[in-house]
Write a protein that binds this ligand. Structure first.
Ligand code: CTP
Length: 154
C-alpha cells in the first residue's frame, strides 16, 4: 500500500444537521458551551479539534446531527471563532453556508466579573455586554472584559 491509499475522513459526513467549520483551533468546547450544548443534551455530536485546514493552519469542527441551528443562535460564537462557517446539511448535501457576525450586544452568555454588578445580584437580571471589537463592556456597570472572554462564559 502506498502512502495516502488508506486516507479516511477523521469525522464522517452527516445526513442532516449543522456543521460548524473553521472554528479557531482549540475553541470547539467553548463554542459548545456558548451554544448551550452539553454531553447531557440529546444532540449527536462529532467534534474534531486541531485538524489541518486548507485555509488557515489548524481548525476545529463541530457536527451536530438532526438539528439545524439558526444563524442568530450561532452568531454569538463569533466572539471566540470569528472565521467559523455554519453549514446546514440536508440529505448529505450542504444546502446553506453562512459566516458568523458578532452581534452588537450579547445577552446571557458572559458573566460580569464585577461582584457588585446588578447582573450578579439575586434579582433575575440577564447579563448583557456591548461588543466593542474584541472587548466587552457590561451594559449595567461598564466593567470591561479585555481578554480571555471564554473564561467568563456562564
Ligand atoms: N459536511 C458534513 N456532512 C455532509 C456534508 C458536508 O459533515 N453531508 C461537512 C464537510 O466535512 C465540511 C463542511 O461540512 O467540514 C462543509 O462542507 P463543504 O462545503 O462541502 O466543504 P468545503 O468546500 O471544504 O467548505 P469551505 O469552502 O467552507 O471550506
Amino acid at each position: 500500500m502506498t502512502p495516502g491509499q488508506n486516507r479516511t475522513l477523521l469525522v464522517s459526513q452527516i445526513k442532516d444537521g449543522t456543521v460548524i467549520d473553521h472554528i479557531t483551533a482549540g475553541e470547539a468546547l467553548n463554542v459548545l458551551t456558548i451554544l448551550g450544548i452539553a454531553g447531557t443534551t440529546t444532540e449527536s455530536l462529532s467534534i474534531a479539534t486541531n485538524v489541518a485546514s486548507r485555509k488557515e493552519g489548524r481548525k476545529d469542527i463541530l457536527k451536530i446531527s438532526g438539528r439545524e441551528l439558526r444563524k442568530e443562535e450561532v452568531d454569538r460564537i463569533a466572539l471566540i471563532a470569528p472565521h467559523a462557517t455554519i453549514n446546514i446539511i440536508r440529505d448529505y448535501e450542504v444546502v446553506e453556508k453562512k459566516g458568523v457576525t458578532v452581534p452588537p450586544v450579547i445577552k446571557g452568555v458572559v458573566k460580569c466579573p464585577n461582584p457588585g454588578c446588578i447582573s450578579n445580584a439575586k434579582e433575575p437580571i440577564e447579563s448583557a455586554f456591548e461588543v466593542l471589537g474584541k472587548e466587552l463592556r457590561c451594559c449595567y456597570c461598564d466593567w470591561m472584559i479585555t481578554k480571555n472572554i471564554a473564561s467568563h462564559i456562564i
